[in-house]
Design a protein around this ligand. Structure first.
Ligand code: AHG
Ligand code: MN
Ligand code: MN
Ligand code: MN
Length: 335
């Protein structure tokens, strides 16, 4: 059989040739890949090098930081500054915009969640990193959060790295979704999941059911109908999953379908929801839509939400199109 494997770098070069790009994009993606490989290495070494436990600091979200939240953040900031492509960056772990020194020509903005699923680090369950790339608007001050406050539809690239039983990088530039697996011996990501697509129907849902007492009526109805199984109005049995790492949930959905919900509830709506719009919900929504799925707050297409704050939270419902649309319809009906 002829040898056919292609690396992520080759894939990006092919895209660059196809689109007639300058190479800046390929270069900035390479910095992200390097950062993800380094974080993967640290996740893998785990307790051997003191990467478990707590860091003893609290981030702008009022969350207790883990050593890997801090280290992954530092790795992302450092590796992505070197190429000089970004005018500025923003992270879950930083209150303010991070200006990139000496990048007067930087045309892009990078947003990231350096370590997603922090609560799973110490128990050796999959975690990930999420990133979103925006263009620096003409004339905008990159050191101001305002430059970043663009709706998800303006993303030019989004993706995640999943540090699971293997490390994967899944990516979209608005032309479908492709998945790459890290070959640790070679030190390269290879294309293993071309053109990922989400089936429109599913029998699998993911929600943190411990919050059911706070749920709104449409969510309660949707989950009750799933739980009723064959005997209920859906006429089929559903299975439930909850990893508590959004990256792992979205990856499962990209591979075999499903619906993921972190909806508004009576408690979290005081802060706007649980998940963060700019570096969790938007990049994941871009991937899911590009794979043929849908992503909504329940009341609005997620990528059309106009951001007002770098760290704003938002309700998230995403995955298999028919299920997401069903739940959105329940929201419209108000029950
Ligand atoms: P992070 O670790 O980046 O703060 O994100 C955690 C998020 C997300 O990954 C996950 O879906 C959700 O929080 C888990 O929430 P629960 O702890 O309520 O299950
Ligand atoms: Mn966090
Ligand atoms: Mn996260
Ligand atoms: Mn995080």
């Amino acid at each position: 059989m002829p040898y056919k494997r292609i690396t992520l770098t080759h894939f990006l070069l092919q895209e660059q040739r196809r689109l007639g790009g300058s190479g800046a994009f390929t270069s900035l993606m390479n910095d992200i890949l390097t950062a993800c490989k380094m974080v993967s290495h640290e996740v893998n070494r785990g307790a051997l090098v003191g990467n478990h436990g707590v860091a003893g600091t609290v981030n702008v979200q009022d969350e207790e930081q883990k050593p890997l939240d801090v280290l992954a953040n530092d790795i992302f900031l450092h590796m992505n500054a070197l190429g000089g492509n970004y005018a500025a960056m923003a992270s879950e772990e930083l209150e303010d915009v991070h200006a990139v020194k000496g990048s007067a020509d930087g045309k892009y903005l990078l947003l990231f969640d350096p370590l997603d699923g922090s609560s799973n680090i110490d128990v050796n369950i999959s975690v990930g990193s999420i990133f979103s790339i925006l263009r620096l608007p003409e004339g905008a001050d990159p050191n101001s959060a305002n430059a970043f406050l663009q709706p998800g539809v303006q993303q030019i690239c989004a993706g995640y790295a999943l540090y699971g039983s293997s490390t994967m990088l899944v990516l979209t530039t608005g032309n479908g979704v492709n998945g790459f697996t890290l070959d640790r011996d070679v030190g390269m990501f290879f294309l293993t999941h071309p053109n990922m697509t989400i089936p429109a129907d599913t029998k699998e849902f993911a929600i943190n059911a411990s919050r059911s007492r706070f749920w709104e009526a449409p969510v309660k109805r949707y989950v009750d109908e799933c739980l009723a199984g064959k005997e209920g109005p859906r006429g089929k049995d559903f299975n439930m999953r909850w990893v508590a790492s959004m990256v792992a949930e979205v990856h499962r959905i990209l591979v075999r379908g499903g619906i993921f919900m972190y909806p508004a509830d009576a408690e979290n709506i005081k802060k706007g929801g649980k998940l963060r719009l700019m570096y969790e919900a938007n990049p994941m929504s871009f991937l899911v839509e590009q794979a043929g799925g849908a992503a909504t707050t329940g009341r609005k297409r997620l990528m059309e939400v106009e951001p007002t704050n770098l760290h704003q939270r938002v309700p998230v419902i995403l995955g298999s199109k028919n299920e997401v649309e069903r739940l959105a319809a329940y929201h419209r009906e108000g029950s």
